[in-house]
Design a protein. Structure first.
Length: 70
């Protein structure tokens, strides 16, 4: 995504944690921060955030920890 010079559509990266525990907490994907963010961003452009989300595509990936503090 950092190498995109002028994308045709809006692109974003979302980094979350807590997927091992059910994506809970304020930084997991079960929180409301992502829909609120997309709604706020869409509002700036005068479009409905839920329409934006329904027409969006997502690539999801999981990785191993780079450092295991235990």
């Amino acid at each position: 995504i950092l190498q995109l010079k002028k994308p045709e559509y809006t692109c974003m990266t979302v980094l979350t944690d807590k997927e091992e525990t059910g994506s809970d907490g304020n930084t997991g994907l079960n929180s409301s921060y992502l829909p609120y963010f997309i709604n706020d961003l869409a509002e700036v452009y005068g479009v409905n955030g839920y329409n934006v989300m329904s027409k969006s595509e997502c690539l999801s990936a999981d990785v191993n920890a780079a450092v295991d503090p235990t």
